[in-house]
Ligand binder design. Sequence first.
Ligand code: NAP
Length: 283
Amino acid sequence: MANIIDGKRISAEIKDEVKVKADELKAKGIEPCLAVVLVGEDPASQVYVRNKKKACEYCGIKSLSYELSADTTEDELLSLIDKLNADKSCNGILVQLPLPKHIDENKILLRILPEKDVDGFHPYNVGLLSIGKADLKACTPAGCIELIKRSGVDITGKRCVVVGRSNIVGKPVGMLLLAENGTVTTCHSKTKNIAEVCRQAEILVAAVGIPRFIKGDMVSQGATVIDVGVNRLENGKLCGDVDFEEVSPKAAYITPVPGGVGPMTIAMLMKNCITACRKQNNL
Ligand code: NAP
């Protein structure tokens, strides 16, 4: 039976490390600060934003909250971003996605100064990630790497397979694994013989968005399996992209859903806020 990678414990560990760094900054008279912008009343987004604010409070990071109505125009949102970009006391800007349809998400994300892009979505930061030089890394992918490393699994030289090639998860996970000296293969919906490719993996990351997509016969004995998937089943329960029942007897390490990758995203966001704040203060 696999060792369960406890994302709750590891994310708490990271938030405690962030708290120490935030205190160090405050002792120098610098207060790290994150602006969280929510447009509209999507209930899931409201929960995410609330949890981000709670994490800021826990870590000792000041949070500025902007809750805008669903009919906010693109220009109004752009001017808020300009204002936050110019505000030296604000180190990070997070615009909760998805945005209402009349607002061009790309245009908004491009407007955030790369040094304040704590989500790590700006093409400038994505470019730095691809050359192995990013300070602000996309939070969920960076969280996957922390889970692997803090479980004592060395990525160097390992055959890594990532299922999924989205810009926010699959691709950055692949680049980060490569930066850790893994030998990386990326699979997607057009990949042939996907089960065979997955069976080669010593480290398998699933970011597909299909409940229980990774079955027992797609995983080799002793693999480390990271399940990024968050799928809501008809019965209301959450379920990952990995068939936990089938895969856990074969894997050496596996993340559960919930309680695996999920809690890591906010912890890595907090870490990015401190990184951004330190850089902006030439530390
Ligand atoms: P996405 O944008 O829908 O991308 C899914 C990827 O899976 C695509 O690259 C797609 O391939 C690939 N795919 C789809 N069907 C496939 C198949 N039959 N065989 C092989 N590959 C297939 O999803 P995402 O945003 O990356 O998210 C993936 C999962 O992670 C979702 O469950 C999401 O909820 C979860 N997630 C969790 C967190 C978190 O825990 N904090 C954060 C973000 C996302 P093509 O490119 O060929 O279409």
